[in-house]
Write a new protein. Structure first.
Length: 299
């Protein structure tokens, strides 16, 4: 759910709202989208003549705050935005930001773009019910499929940004952005901030868990510049029991300024509790049982 720049621009939670990674030609700044955008981190790659933004917020107010931050962070034109994967907190209200930068193109890898197109209308309806009509756009700005293996910013052709995909993080078909010239990795939801647990046990198949671990191994091999349970069985607890158990074990977390913890706890309790209301999933993650297929990037 949360993006990460591993220099690390931890796009999950937990770096600092805007920390610069310096280089003669490229640098990366990060912005945490607090509140109803689930603390998702957006990463701004700034070159000598242009800039690119990675991941767009779920809520309109988050998109507007991010647009203001981009304007205040660089005077370079925003030429493109990318979404790392198809979870709604990485794209849903992106159109509210893109309307502020009409010249910017919007991309995602073709598999993620297809999933976004498939589920966007449902996610709008779902999240309007959760966050309110005014917090979510009426229609999603869909990304254009982009399957090149790298891109360069104008004036910085000697320092390409590479796409590592399709990789497995907290879902499939994620894109990681690797900038070897500054040894910086924007790692999507394959890595979270220091105060957010990696929900490996929630993967629906052993293959998905093993593939996520392989992605973490790949990140370790790249060596970016900075690194930072007993089971009771299926349907043992009711949603209320799950909620109360976590709230008791981690007191005070639901009283923080962010609404993320409460939403995630409610969603998890309903998803895994006996008789809970399950979310509709448009991709059958339980069908991903072939580790070799998931790890096709290894030769």
């Amino acid at each position: 759910m949360r993006l990460t720049t591993v220099f690390l621009a931890l796009q999950s939670i937990g770096l600092i709202s805007a920390r610069a990674i310096s280089h003669p030609s490229l640098r990366v700044e990060t912005f945490i989208n607090h509140g109803s955008s689930f603390d998702m981190v957006s990463s701004l790659i700034i070159g000598s003549q242009a800039a690119v933004l990675i991941d767009l917020p779920m809520a309109i107010e988050g998109a507007e705050a991010l647009a203001d931050w981009v304007r205040n962070t660089t005077d370079k034109p925003l030429v493109a935005a990318f979404t790392t994967h198809f979870h709604p907190d990485h794209y849903l209200s992106g159109g509210a930001l893109l309307s502020r930068f009409p010249e910017a193109k919007y991309y995602a890898n073709s598999k993620a773009a297809a999933e976004i197109k498939k589920e966007a209308a449902h996610k709008v309806k779902l999240m309007k019910g959760v966050l309110g009509e005014k917090s979510i756009v009426n229609k999603v700005h869909l990304p254009t499929p982009y399957d090149f293996s790298f891109f360069t910013l104008p004036g910085d052709e000697a320092t390409p940004i590479h796409f590592l995909n399709p990789l497995t993080g907290d879902t499939v078909d994620e894109t990681l952005f690797w900038i070897p010239s500054i040894k910086t990795l924007i790692a999507g939801d394959s890595v979270y901030g220091h105060d957010m647990h990696l929900w490996l046990a929630d993967s629906l198949t052993k293959a998905l868990t093993e593939s996520w671990l392989s992605t973490l191994d790949l990140i370790d091999y790249l060596k970016p510049n900075v690194k930072e349970i007993e089971s009771k069985g299926l349907d043992h607890f009711t949603p209320l029991a799950i909620f109360d158990k976590f709230n008791k074990q981690f007191p005070g977390l639901l009283n923080s300024n962010s609404s993320t913890s409460a939403f995630l706890l409610n969603s998890t309790a309903e998803q895994f509790g006996r008789g809970g209301t399950r979310q509709v999933h448009y991709i059958n993650l339980a069908a991903y049982t072939d580790v070799d297929a998931l790890d096709g990037w290894t030769i």
